[in-house]
Design a protein around this ligand. Structure first.
Ligand code: HEC
Ligand code: HEC
Ligand code: HEC
Length: 161
């Protein structure tokens, strides 16, 4: 299947048409910002700390502000990298303005929702007792556990779609 057709069937997170609420809505210490991994929990709860301290995706936007990046856009006759949609498409989470929630920051770079999908419909409910992975996916969580869909998402930036 052509990737463009595929993207319509399973939109990538930045194209999912959902409000993206921003990394700040995931990072509280009770949620995904615990310093230590939880034991006996179905998730680690320290995902924000991992992303912030060990994952270069959290720096992808900040790096756009460096001289090397500007030299590239200057040569291409484009806007400054941090304003240039072509660069923001992969070095940040270039969701349309009207879908950027109050705490959304372009400077978060490749953030939680850039991979996991806009949280508009699942932010409030994914912690409910009766929420399941399937119900979260129905509400717009990107199915990263499906290896083909995961690979397609990574490749959409790392190879280009
Ligand atoms: C570059 C893409 C990417 C980014 C950015 C990202 N994740 Fe993930 N995340 C993944 C993948 C891939 C998995 C594994 C999914 C699976 O096996 O089902 C995962 C797994 C998880 C899990 C379940 C496993 C666990 O216990 O850790 C949680 C919760 C999670 N991520 C939260 C977050 C949060 C919160 C952020 C932002 C601070 C974030 N992720 C940023 C790709 C990403
Ligand atoms: C299709 C997605 C995509 C687009 C569009 C894109 N980049 Fe990148 N860029 C990447 C990825 C992925 C990497 C990391 C490659 C790696 O390390 O394997 C990267 C890395 C870079 C690096 C090296 C960063 C480093 O840490 O050494 C520079 C510089 C760069 N990009 C500049 C730009 C500029 C400027 C633009 C806009 C004109 C742009 N990129 C547009 C995906 C993209
Ligand atoms: C929205 C675009 C985007 C998506 C989606 C994405 N990445 Fe990236 N990734 C980047 C960019 C941009 C960089 C380079 C950051 C920099 O150097 O500033 C990067 C860097 C990396 C690096 C570090 C490469 C190096 O040379 O050190 C790895 C590893 C990586 N990504 C893996 C993944 C995996 C695995 C997935 C899917 C689960 C994924 N990425 C999804 C944009 C993306």
């Amino acid at each position: 299947m052509l990737l463009s057709t595929y993207a319509l069937a399973q939109p990538f997170p930045v194209l999912d048409g959902k409000t993206h609420n921003g990394v700040a809505t995931c990072s509280s210490s009770m949620c995904h910002g615990s310093v230590k991994e939880y034991k006996n929990s179905n998730i680690l709860h320290n995902e924000y700390i991992t992303w912030d301290r060990k994952d270069i995706h959290s720096l992808a936007y900040n790096k756009l502000l460096s001289k090397e990046f500007k030299a590239i856009t200057d040569k291409l006759g484009l806007k400054s990298p941090e304003k240039e949609p072509v660069c923001l498409n992969c070095h940040s989470s270039n969701v349309p303005k009207k879908l950027q929630g109050k705490r959304f920051l372009m400077s978060d770079g490749v953030g939680c929702e850039t991979c996991h999908g806009g949280s508009e419909k699942w932010l409030a409910t994914h912690t409910d007792k009766d929420a399941t992975h399937e119900s979260n996916i129905r509400d717009g969580l990107y199915p990263l556990d499906d290896l083909e869909k995961r690979a397609r998402l990574c490749l959409s930036c790392h190879y280009g779609d």
